[in-house]
Design a protein around this ligand. Structure first.
Ligand SMILES: [Fe+2]
Ligand SMILES: [Fe+2]
Length: 269
């Protein structure tokens, strides 16, 4: 299968880039399945139902969330009505929605799951390693499912890398999100799992991780907040990773970082 994963969509700039580019990429690259992380799609904080619908209408098969899953309160209800949204597996036990979903694509099954890291994250979440392990054992790759995509939403690259190795041979792709800066370590691990520490964001990189620069700079320099954080509004780079898998084993055969438009050096399959 040909899979595309796009990192955290950041505000209007990110949403516009997805809407403008993803429909053509689906056909040009012959994509079978597309996952988009939408946790910052609405003003940089969470995602509304309307914005989730637009990402899905643009060609996302699944929208994943993150620590900002429910910043937009309406998502608490909306997630129960839209089975194509995946929130973190190890979020509060009482949270609505699901942390793992199986999709059907032309007779093949694709498992998507997301977990939150524990290192340097603001809130303490349950152990992501045991949570992910349980789901992978329940739907083995090359058996119950033909592809598995894990969005590992962490601050620390060490925790993401450890998760990659933990899932090696058991997932098609383990990709990091949350830090909004793409890393240069795309690789196929020894067991056949495609891995990238961070997908980067779909947003304006003339910013501080997607936010307009002035307020973050003021806070770093003076420690005194003055205004709100607002998403930067310049042209966005679509940032993520492309993976080709073997339908029989579900393992990766090719992994290529994706960066299109905006300020970053272009990369495409
Ligand atoms: Fe994010
Ligand atoms: Fe996040």
């Amino acid at each position: 299968m040909r899979l595309l994963f796009l990192g955290d969509v950041m505000g209007r700039a990110g949403r516009s880039a997805v809407a403008e580019r993803l429909p053509a990429l689906r056909t040009d690259w012959g994509l079978d399945f597309v996952v988009v992380n939408g946790e910052n799609a609405s003003s940089g904080a969470g995602i509304t139902g309307d914005h989730a619908k637009k990402l899905l209408a643009s060609g996302a098969d699944c929208v994943t969330l993150g620590d900002h899953a429910f910043d937009q309160k309406e998502m608490l209800q909306f997630i129960e009505t839209e089975p194509r949204i995946v929130r973190p597996l190890n979020y509060a036990r009482t949270a609505p929605g699901k942390g793992a979903r199986i999709f059907t694509v032309g007779g093949r099954k694709v498992l998507v799951l997301q977990a939150l890291g524990q290192v340097f994250m603001k809130r303490p979440f349950d152990d992501p390693f045991s949570a992910v392990d349980g789901v992978l054992k329940g739907s083995p790759l090359g058996g119950a499912v033909q592809a598995t995509i894990l969005d590992i939403h962490c601050e620390a690259t060490s925790e993401k890398m450890a998760m990659g190795h933990w899932c090696d041979g058991r997932a098609s792709l383990v990709v990091g999100t949350h830090t909004h800066v793409p890393t240069a370590d795309a690789q196929i691990l020894r067991g056949g799992t495609a891995y990238l520490s961070d997908a980067g964001m779909c947003g304006d990189y003339d910013s501080v991780i997607g936010m307009e620069k002035s307020e973050p700079l003021r806070r770093f320099i003076t420690q005194m907040p003055k205004g709100r954080f607002e998403p930067a509004s310049g042209p966005a780079t679509l940032s993520g990773v492309y993976v080709e898998t073997d339908d029989r084993t579900g393992l990766a055969q090719r992994v290529v970082p994706v960066r299109l438009g905006g300020r970053l050096q272009e990369s495409r399959p």
